[in-house]
Structures are given as C-alpha cells and as structure tokens.
Design a protein around this ligand. Sequence first.
Ligand code: AMP
Length: 179
Amino acid sequence: MKIKALTVFCGSKSGANLSFLNEATSLGNLLAQKNIDLVYGGGNKGLMGAVANGCLAKGGKVIGIMPKLLLEWEAQHTGLTELIITQTMHDRKKILYEKGDAALVLPGGMGTLDELFEMLTWNNLKIHNMKVFLLNIDGYYDALIHLLDKMDTDGFMYDNWKDRIIVCTSVEALKPLLS
Ligand code: AMP
C-alpha cells in the first residue's frame, strides 16, 4: 500500500543523544521529499518539534493533533499546515491512528510507549491494521526488542511481532521502505 500519510510518535523531550534530534529532523525532511504527510501530536518541543520543523522546512504538509489539556504544556506548533484540537487525550489518539496509513516510532518516553503499545494492541484486536516502523537509533529500543522476544518465547504473543513491527536503525535505512 502506498503510504500517503505517516503518523509519528516520539518524545516531547529531545533526549540526551544528539542523534535522536538529528534523525528526527532527517525524518521530517524525508517525508516532505517523498510527499508523505506527517501526522503527529502537534507539539513544538523535543523530537516532536524537530520532526515537524524538518518536514515544514522542506515544504512538507504537517497535521498536528493536540488535546486542549496540553495546549500550553506541550507548546503547540503555530506554523503547521493544520492543527486539530481535541477534547481529550483519547480523542487525540483515535485521530492520530485514523489519519495515518502507517505509523513510525522514534525514541521517546512514557507517552511514546503508551501510544506504541495501544496501537499494537488495537492491531491484535483487529480494530485497525497499522504497520509500525520502529526507529532503533543507537540501540535506544534494544531492551524493548529483547522484551518483545521474551514475550514471544514465553507464550504471551498472538502473532510474530516481526510481521508487524519493522525495525530500522536510521532514517537512511528507512528510505527504501517508505514508498
Ligand atoms: P513522551 O514520550 O512522554 O514525551 O510523550 C510523547 C507524547 O505522548 C506527547 O504528545 C504526550 O503528550 C503524549 N503522552 C504522554 N503521556 C501520555 C499518556 N499517558 N497517554 C497518551 N499519551 C501520552
């Protein structure tokens, strides 16, 4: 399936490794070059801000979805192509899932992992069928990948997680997969 819009989940902070910020910017650049719309949480901070600014800088289209509750806290981006304000966090997540043809997860914190696992759980429950790219920059997600394997060998998985989650180590490696 041709990906026309990609939902990106990532940290509202930048993290301690500069590669995270550089890769987030490169991802934004790449989406604009490939004419793929960026759908994300709407913030202007951390990796969220970097991916949005990277896309806008190359003339890409960026749709932000932000709940009322976070308008000040996460500093909404004022230069987006479109900013959708939702009543609740749950409404936000629903729209984030609906607007993307696939999803990509950059490094992030609790919120990013919550979004990743909700998306994967909804896949299991056949609520949707989202392909997920996991950008494992500098081994950030190594421990998580190890846990997914452990969940599989210990009998808690329904499917082979590798059928659903495509792990890449850089935006460069992702390029040929985003068509
Ligand atoms: P974080 O990875 O914690 O920086 O959060 C990334 C994004 O997830 C931000 O847009 C947060 O507002 C959002 N977020 C944070 N906590 C939660 C949560 N419990 N449920 C859903 N989204 C969250």
